[in-house]
Design a protein around this ligand. Structure first.
Ligand SMILES: [Cu+2]
Length: 477
């Protein structure tokens, strides 16, 4: 069956499954029964297609069970939560585009779908994609109608980027950032024997705003090669050869987009330099590692790493930067806002929570001729959570007490951005004149300073629990 038809069927099934979920807790929502019904449908397919179909049923059951196990797992409540908080995305907001035994591709829904339709129009054309390839796999060559910025969140691999008359191949490892230009035929290898290769991608579609597709050429039936869409007479004329030979070539591959490869095959595709040096005219390196130049800010409570267009030129015309905040367990980021950029953050490890002040979700501020009223927007953070922080919005993230929180941020509209710190050693209030402070706060300037000068750390602070523990210790002494 064609890739597109299968995707359609899958989406329809997903839609039906979610309709059942929303309709309430009747017997039909039983994940096991749903799973069995799904499996029965797979029986009618060819062995290859059946395996994929069964994997999908399994995945759907897992997700359904996850949703039911969540506190407040009732669909009605989640809907309310979604409406108030268009800035937070969980596992359930991802669709599974490809799922096989050897890997999967998950695409986050558009930011303007659901309650974000009004507030997140500024990032409508940016999509988050997570790719996971099992150890020793090969990802079949394909190109996208989107520019892509990639962060390697886990594992070791190699990437080959093919353009007319040239190929750039380089090894990639955790922490690497690289760009793939729209239309570049790309293939990837997970060259590790044990670790998954996990890539977090920001896709910026070039044709249909907010939508992109993968195009497979060097493929067969699954993934479907686009050559197969053409008529026989066109193909025969195009390749100047007989139909039988073409049928054999473009009908052979049925294993899916992720293929298991032998050790020798992996080795032959991994003989590249780490990071790789661009061999063509020194435009740039293939990839840069975010940890390479050390942290931009570093203290006991956290580190901030960054790759912007000055370190990696291919990011310039996209106006995107990539940063990684590693917040020490019990620590928090300094309250701050960005002047221009919108952060699309993905939790790549650890747990914690965030808070943000937003004037857009509060009912009161909708009335005309009134000063804004700010609502606190917040959520728990765990691996895979995606949070959007728009320009101008004050924000903090807090790591849980037992693990560091790692936040990968794609920074959209990054050029000439200024980050304004709202507390700590160098905060914006320090720049206000004494009189301005007194007038604005309505208390003597000294009182303002006493509060704003009390936090002596910069960028990362001890979090609420850390502070509590310290106070307990002082009380005991
Ligand atoms: Cu807002």
């Amino acid at each position: 069956m064609h890739h597109k038809t299968r995707l359609c069927l899958f989406l329809t099934a997903l839609f039906l499954a979610s309709a059942v979920l929303i309709s309430g807790h009747d017997s039909q929502t039983d994940p096991q029964r749903e799973f069995e019904r799904c499996r029965r449908k797979c029986d009618r397919r060819s062995p290859e297609a059946r395996r994929i179909c069964e994997d999908r049923c399994e995945e759907r059951r897992r997700r359904q069970e996850e949703v039911e196990a969540q506190p407040g797992g009732d669909a009605g409540e989640r809907e309310v939560e979604d409406k108030q908080n268009p800035y937070v995305y969980e596992d359930r907001h991802f669709g599974t585009d490809i799922q096989t035994r050897h890997g999967r591709v998950r695409v986050l829904r558009k930011f303007t779908e659901g309650s974000g339709w009004k507030l997140l129009r500024g990032v409508e054309n940016y999509r988050v994609v997570i790719v996971e390839a099992e150890p020793r796999t090969f990802v079949v060559p394909n190109h996208w109608d989107a520019d892509v910025v990639i962060f390697v969140a886990n594992g070791k691999g190699s990437a080959s980027l093919v353009r007319q008359n040239r190929r750039e191949s380089f090894n990639i490892k955790e922490g690497d950032v690289f760009r793939i230009r729209a239309g570049t035929t790309t293939y990837l290898v997970n060259r590790d024997n044990n670790e998954k290769l996990v890539l977090v991608k920001l896709a910026i579609p070039v044709s249909i705003p907010g939508h992109f597709q993968a195009f497979f050429g060097a493929a067969g039936e699954n993934p479907q090669s686009f050559y197969n869409a053409f008529s026989d007479e066109i193909l025969e004329a195009t390749f100047n050869t007989r139909k039988e030979r073409l049928d054999k070539l473009f009908g052979q591959q049925k294993q899916g987009a992720f293929l298991k490869a032998t050790e020798d095959q992996i080795r032959s595709m991994s003989r590249h330099k780490e990071g790789g040096i661009w061999p063509f005219g020194g435009e740039s390196k293939g990839a840069v590692n975010i940890y390479e130049e050390g942290p931009k800010h570093d203290n006991k409570y956290g580190q901030l790493y960054e790759v912007d267009s000055s370190e990696y030129k291919p990011l310039r015309d996209l106006n995107v930067a990539v940063s990684l905040a590693n917040i020490t367990q019990g620590g928090m980021s300094a309250m701050n806002y960005n002047s221009k950029l919108t952060k699309i953050s993905v939790v790549i490890d650890g747990e914690g929570h965030f808070e943000m002040a937003c004037p857009h979700v509060s009912k009161e501020s909708r009335r005309e001729s009134q000063l804004p009223s700010y609502q606190r927007v917040g959520a728990r953070l765990r691996r895979g959570t995606v949070v959007v922080v728009p320009a101008g919005h004050p924000f903090v993230a807090v790591a849980s007490n037992n693990r560091n929180l790692q936040l990968l941020c794609f920074e959209v509209n990054a050029e000439d951005n200024e980050s304004h710190l709202l507390a700590g050693k160098r905060n914006v209030m320090k720049q206000l004149e004494e009189t301005a402070k007194e007038l604005a706060f309505g208390v003597p300037a000294q009182e303002v300073d006493e509060v704003f000068n009390n936090q002596q750390e910069e960028y990362f602070f001890p979090g609420p629990q850390w502070r509590q523990q310290r106070q307990d210790l002082l009380a005991d002494a």
